[in-house]
Design a binder for this molecule. Structure first.
Ligand SMILES: *Cc1c(COP(=O)(O)O)cnc(C)c1O
Length: 345
């Protein structure tokens, strides 16, 4: 696929902001005196601008994810990367994106913020993708297909062959949002960025990696797409504290893996307990760190839980999710409290 013709002309023709630190090369790693960026000279660990290329973090993340450093972009949360993607490819009032509800609400919000129409092609009743309908609607103005696998709020992963057919058959960019991939029994599609130049994978530090508070999202794609995204990326979008904290946490990768396996165990236990409740009608299969649970009356159960100090998400207003609550897997103690409370209702 020719990526260049998908890119907006104004983006193609612009050059990116050149920061003070882009203007020179410190070839011999000399100790330099920085009088170039109007920073404060008084050291307090945060008086300097962050590295706009995030070199140290990129090196570590690319090693963990088994990609090249020039196949990675960081954002202030995944949400910023999703916004960059729309702004690189979609002309306002002209181009469209496709999303598959029920799904992550930010795709729609970001599209509308950018005056880009969102064509919604609902999932089938078993939460699988309506592949033929998507390919039928794929045109030169449907620039991006956003899908979340595992999907939020349904919790399922999509069939890998369906995803591959879409990546191969869709006429624009395909974004596979893998926010929950570390909880999934399915493999990440990250390795497919090499052979499919219209594919962007997004992942996040917010879920399995336990760092929602530092706002760090990751995008993976080929060098060409990454360089277009970098062109419009705010240069200092990842702040010094975020980068430092991410480096610290990623060096404790064993702890992160242990926590993931605890969550997966707790997910199984919670399913067993929920099954015994007579007002629970269905527990959907989950590949994520939450369960979508159909109950007799979601508003009522939501309020009852809230009264007891337990907050879940009521997803009843989403298509195909009538009377569904989305329950995040907590610690063992938190889940026990949830079950105890539910048993007493
Ligand atoms: C939570 C979530 C994200 C993460 O967003 P961040 O901005 O990185 O915190 C992205 N996509 C989906 C589907 C999510 O559920």
């Amino acid at each position: 696929m020719n990526i260049d013709i998908l890119v907006r002309n104004n983006i193609k023709n612009m050059s990116s902001y050149s920061s003070a630190r882009d203007d020179f090369k410190n070839e011999f790693n000399k100790k330099l005196i920085y009088l170039d960026a109007n920073e404060s000279p008084f050291h307090n660990l945060i008086n300097r601008y962050p590295d706009n290329k995030h070199a140290e973090l990129k090196k570590l993340v690319s090693k963990i994810k088994n990609v090249n450093v020039n196949e990675v972009i960081f954002g202030n949360g995944t949400d910023e990367i999703l916004d960059l993607i729309i702004r690189v490819f979609c002309n306002p009032y002209e181009d469209k994106i496709i999303t598959l509800p029920p799904t992550y609400g930010m795709y729609d919000v970001i599209a509308k913020t950018n005056a880009v129409e969102n064509i919604e092609i609902p999932l089938k009743s078993d939460f699988s993708i309506d592949k033929n309908e998507i390919l039928k609607l794929s045109s030169t103005s449907t620039k991006i297909l956003f899908l979340s696998s595992p999907n939020n709020p349904t919790g399922n992963s999509f069939n890998t062959n369906d995803l591959i057919d879409l990546i191969k058959g869709f006429k624009g960019i395909v974004v596979v949002d893998e926010a929950y991939i570390d909880f999934s029994s399915k493999q990440s599609l990250i390795s497919l960025i090499r052979d499919n130049n219209n594919l962007i994978i997004t992942q996040t530090m917010s879920k399995a990696f336990g760092m929602a508070g530092i706002r760090l999202g990751m995008g993976f794609s080929n060098e060409k797409i990454i360089s277009y995204l970098n062109k419009i990326k705010p240069p200092y979008n990842i702040n010094v504290l975020t980068e430092r904290r991410a480096l610290e946490e990623l060096n404790k990768i064993d702890e992160i893996k242990t926590n993931i396996s605890i969550i997966l165990n707790q997910r199984n236990l919670l399913i067993l307990c929920l099954k015994k409740l007579d007002f629970v009608e269905k527990i959907y299969k989950s590949d994520a760190n939450f369960l979508l649970v159909k109950v007799d009356n979601a508003d009522k159960r939501y309020n009852q839980l809230m009264d007891k100090g337990i907050v879940v998400r009521n997803r009843s207003d989403q298509p195909l999710c009538q009377n569904c609550l989305r329950i995040t897997i907590g610690t063992k103690n938190e889940n026990n409290s949830l079950i105890k409370t539910l048993n007493e209702l």
